[in-house]
Design a protein around this ligand. Structure first.
Ligand SMILES: C[S@@+](CC[C@H](N)C(=O)[O-])C[C@H]1O[C@@H](n2cnc3c(N)ncnc32)[C@H](O)[C@@H]1O
Length: 299
């Protein structure tokens, strides 16, 4: 059940935690990063968000010794509105550790794992209507192909999608694995790895939510406040990299000379992403694809 907090020291260092600061953990999970922030706070406060009720309860229990911690069971898309409602208009730092917690993958009934047979689900927020079952059984051939090709970088996207459409209805994770096995019996990693990743991203609209949320989070940051993001997927990393890059450059057309040029919104903490150490990789194979990027608000 325990979740290894990825790039823990590197993330906390990038946040440059102030004792009396207000911090946000957008992806509370098991509460590992939050615990590290809380242990550096004195008069400050930490607001932790997770759309998964199970994660909220787990983190609440782990962090119950801190009275300056508030857990909020909400999608991080609503952090801005949620904090404004609570009278919080400015924060000193925010951390996002994207993707899933180990306990979500390990819980058989959630349908995230291709290693266990369960109803096709993959919703991080159990109150959400759309599940993997709906996508697998009702999406068009083109939609399925797009999801597998783009979100899963799956070479067999079209044939797998076609077979799904011919075989539907599919009820369980193993029904889907039976299909991926037909096409990918030669490769070393599990045949369903990319298809499951793609479906999870689609079910939870992970990329759309991320893109919509970033500008609102930066709006909340104080001058010199920090946003630190850990990604596990090249598409997520591309969104962060692009957002940080465009907001850390002055948007002035080439050749135009401007007097008293205003500073860009952000400055980069690191030009190249920070990767897990050899030691971390040895201890936790899940860190393998992790990348940390951080940026600091200028104005
Ligand atoms: C990798 S885990 C975080 C682990 C945590 N940093 C720790 O050290 O224990 C990611 C968590 O983010 C949550 N999550 C993912 N997308 C979310 C979203 N859009 N809104 C809120 N929570 C989200 C997941 O439910 C999961 O619990």
């Amino acid at each position: 059940m325990t979740h290894y907090s990825v790039l823990l020291n590197e993330t906390i260092e990038s946040l440059d935690v102030k004792k009396d600061g207000i911090y946000v953990d957008a992806t509370l999970g098991g509460g590992g990063h939050s615990e590290a922030i809380l242990s550096l706070l004195k008069d400050g406060h930490l607001y932790g968000f997770d759309q998964d009720e199970f994660a909220i309860n787990l983190a609440k229990d782990r962090l119950k010794r801190f009275d300056n911690f508030t857990a909020i069971n909400q999608n991080f898309e609503f952090i801005y509105e949620s904090l404004i409602e609570r009278g919080i208009h400015e924060i000193d730092g925010i951390i996002m550790d994207l993707g899933m917690s180990s306990f979500q993958i390990d819980d058989k009934d959630r349908g995230f794992s291709y290693m266990q047979d369960a109803r096709l689900d993959m919703r991080m927020d159990k109150h959400q209507k759309k599940s993997a079952y709906d996508i697998v059984n009702y999406a068009s051939l083109d939609e399925l192909t797009y999801i597998f090709r783009v979100y899963g970088e799956e070479d067999f996207a079209r044939p797998i999608a076609k077979k799904i459409v011919e075989t539907r209805p599919l009820e369980t994770t193993f029904d889907l694995v039976k299909i991926t096995d037909q096409f990918k019996y030669k490769q070393r990693s599990h045949s369903a790895k990319q298809v499951f990743q793609a479906l999870r991203i689609a079910v939870n609209d992970e990329l759309g939510v991320l893109e919509r949320t970033l500008p609102k989070l930066v709006k909340l940051l104080k001058k010199d406040g920090v946003i630190s993001v850990i990604t596990f997927h090249s598409l997520e990393d591309r969104i962060i990299k692009h957002f940080f890059k465009t907001n850390s450059e002055n948007q002035i057309p080439k050749g135009l000379i401007v007097m008293n040029q205003a500073a860009p919104l952000l400055r980069l903490y690191n030009r190249k992403p920070i990767l897990p150490s050899e030691q971390e990789l040895k201890e936790n194979s899940r860190s393998l694809s992790a990348k940390l990027r951080a940026a600091i608000k200028n104005v």
